[in-house]
Design a protein around this ligand. Structure first.
Ligand SMILES: *Cc1c(COP(=O)(O)O)cnc(C)c1O
Length: 390
């Protein structure tokens, strides 16, 4: 007889899966033979540059790489990260103490809570946001306190609006600029305010910097660690995924405050055994080539952004041209909810988008488009949307 299998509370307490309804409609449309265009997932369609693939192939045939890697990462990889930070941001890092490799930044983001969040701790998280910040928190029994982002505050959290009692108790703050899903960017003044706030309330700052290399029109987003005092309070998460079109490879890094890096490394050494060294060798090559191989994809995304934004504006929708990321955050037409608008884009135009409230309550009123399909398909998207009556 089968035993009764009961999931852990942390799984049962996850918020309901908001995309189930979209998945259902998507399957129906596919069954009807609709030519769907998927602007839902933030996953580059551009292949990884060939130089990086070559390095992997060379590394894969070396027996030394067939053994367990070190969970903190090859020293050569961590040094390549430090060199890249120096060259790109003028931030000096100690490769041994201030850098740890990650199996994609998602892994590190989730494990950050394992290292530093105790049951009952308050973690400050934006709404809308990349979901792992609060899921990681909740898995560890922490409580997320949501900071609403809005167009009026340029999608930056208003730290002064946080009740004194909450700020006093908060253990950690998550920020992410350039931002997913809103595509907002932050200037130095914002990071300076964050550092000051963190010192004042003695809290840890985690900056998710996944999109710093995807700035457009010459805009170069900064590292949080460029700000004075940031290293005393913070850690920055970075990833090769979006920068080098390497989402499938699973490699990223966390850098910054020594104690934060050490805590995260300690968790990791107990639960994982690092990244295949051939992948690390390929990543070293990616970081070494840097902008030489990033610039071409940045140009492609910029051109696509222009096509999508001007097409959506032409269709009467309200959106701003993002200065970074491969997302476009579009206001929902009056009288519709995010879910209704997403559904009508799917049913009437065969275009998949993500409803803003899927990233948190404050995302209601928006939908997120990605530009992870080619130019011709994006033109097709805007042609189709122009035919839809909202
Ligand atoms: C894609 C993404 C990540 C995760 O990237 P990895 O592939 O796990 O490195 C982290 N944060 C944000 C905001 C993202 O959009």
């Amino acid at each position: 007889m089968a035993i009764t299998i009961k999931k852990a509370k942390r799984i049962n307490e996850l918020p309901p899966y908001l995309f189930a309804e979209i998945d259902r409609r998507k399957r129906e449309a596919l069954a009807r033979g609709v030519d769907l265009i998927d602007l839902g997932v933030g996953d580059p369609d551009i292949p990884t540059p060939q130089e990086i693939v070559e390095k992997l192939m060379q590394g894969a045939s070396k027996p030394a790489n067939h053994r367990y890697p070190n969970s903190a990462g090859l020293l050569e990889f961590r040094q390549a990260v430090a060199d890249w930070y120096q060259q790109r941001f003028r931030v000096k890092l100690d490769a041994v103490k201030e850098v740890v490799s990650l199996i994609g930044s998602k892994e590190g983001i989730a494990n950050m809570a394992v290292a530093f969040v105790d049951p009952g701790d308050i973690v400050l998280v934006a709404s809308p946001c990349y979901p792992v910040y609060h899921v990681g928190t909740s898995f560890c029994g922490g409580r997320s306190y949501f900071l609403p982002l809005s167009k009026e505050n340029h999608f930056l959290p208003d730290l002064e609006a946080i009740p004194a009692e909450v700020a006093r108790q908060a253990k950690m703050l998550w920020i992410n600029y350039p931002n997913n899903p809103t595509a907002a960017v932050a200037e130095k003044e914002f990071f300076v305010r964050v550092v000051e706030f963190a010192h004042r309330h003695s809290l840890i700052v985690c900056h998710d910097a996944a999109y710093t290399e995807m700035g457009f029109d010459g805009y170069r987003p900064m590292s949080f660690l460029e700000v004075d005092g940031a290293r005393e309070v913070g850690i920055e998460f970075h990833s090769l995924s979006k920068t080098f079109n390497m989402t499938g490879w699973r490699i990223g890094m966390a850098v910054g405050n020594q104690e934060l890096v050490a805590g995260l490394s300690q968790v990791k050494s107990n639960v994982d055994s690092g990244i295949f060294q051939a992948v690390q060798e390929a990543a070293i090559e990616a970081l070494r080539l840097g902008d030489e191989i990033v610039a071409p994809s940045r140009r492609i995304y910029q051109e696509r952004r222009d096509i999508l934004v001007s097409g959506l504006c032409g269709a009467g929708l309200e959106c701003e041209k993002p200065r970074a990321t491969f997302y476009v955050w579009v206001s929902v037409p009056k009288g519709l909810t995010s879910a209704q608008f997403t559904a009508s884009l799917l049913d009437e135009a065969g275009v998949i988008t993500t409803p803003g409230n899927g990233f948190g309550e404050a995302g209601e009123g928006y939908v997120r488009f990605t530009v992870c399909v080619g130019k011709e398909r994006l033109k097709e998207v805007t042609d189709r949307i122009r035919q839809v009556r909202f």
